[in-house]
Design a protein around this ligand. Structure first.
Ligand code: ZN
Length: 280
């Protein structure tokens, strides 16, 4: 995958037809439609789909059907979001982590190269997904946006019944009743499941591992890569508003006039405004 500040291209398999599709990615924060996205909406899968829909197109520049994004496995969707979120940052994920050693608690900066995350995701794509509970083995499919959408619509009595229903929907139909039976007899099946999900979906269930440079303690913390990507992209949207505000204020251009100017030239104007202000 080629990543740059201009349009990037990525190759993907759509979940439905398994056809190889070449996709093109444009940076978020360039067009007026990027301002329409509401980062405060409750449904995060929906928010993530809207961002990807804005920024991903096919070779001809045509936007993809929404179903393509809902059919993506969550890990793949997270990989695309991270690619978008790190376009302006040399494809690096920078995280501030507080040391978990109570006697230390110092802040440390951690950099994860995007390529490392893509490699993890690609390795997990070729894995067969099997879970063994008691003496039975089950085949699990990795969850997609469609699964998330269905789960969000359902009401569950408690966490246990929610997890059971979610797992059932990821199993092949013939294995569901045996799974229900085995899981009711095996007390620790959720622990086994969590372990398997971490292995099969490493970037969805990501663990950040770092040795503290101050006290040497080993830190192992859950880290939500999807939430990190959304936070970065929200920052990009806020920066776009600042850009429009400055150009409108300085040149008295309307929002649509500003969006008609290519992003690189908008930055040139901003540089000139900044230079003038510094000379005052
Ligand atoms: Zn420390």
């Amino acid at each position: 995958m080629l990543i740059s500040n201009s349009t990037s291209n990525i190759t993907a398999f759509s979940g439905i037809d398994e056809q190889k599709t070449e996709l093109f990615l444009r940076p978020f924060g360039w067009l007026a439609e990027d301002l329409e996205i509401d980062f405060h909406q409750m449904c995060h899968p929906e928010l993530e789909m809207q961002i990807l829909e804005c920024c991903i197109s096919n070779r001809q520049g045509t936007k993809l059907d929404r179903t393509f994004f809902w059919n993506l496995e969550i890990g793949k969707r997270t990989e695309y979001l991270l690619t978008l979120a790190t376009l302006s940052n040399s494809s690096q994920i920078n995280v501030n982590l507080r040391c978990s050693n109570l006697d230390c608690q110092k802040q440390m900066e951690i950099t994860i190269p995007l390529l490392e995350i893509i490699r993890l995701q690609q390795q997990s794509e070729n894995q067969t997904t099997e879970i063994a509970i008691a003496s039975e083995k089950f085949s699990l499919r990795k969850p997609t946006g469609n699964d998330q959408r269905l789960w969000l619509k359902q009401h569950f009595l408690d966490e246990g019944s929610a997890i059971l229903a979610m797992v059932q929907s990821l199993l092949v139909a013939e294995e569901r009743s045996t799974f229900q039976q085995v899981s009711s007899q095996e007390q620790y099946w959720i622990d086994t499941l969590n372990q398997v999900m971490e292995e099969i979906d490493p970037i969805v269930n990501f663990n950040l591992q770092a040795n503290c440079p101050y006290c040497g303690s080993e830190n192992l913390q859950d880290f939500d890569l999807g939430a990190w990507a959304l936070q970065q992209l929200y920052g990009v949207q806020q920066q776009l508003i600042v850009t429009i505000h400055r150009l409108a204020w300085h040149y008295h251009w309307s929002e649509s006039e500003i969006f008609a100017i290519p992003p690189a030239r908008r930055l040139r104007y901003l540089t000139l405004i900044n230079r003038e202000e510094n000379y005052r």
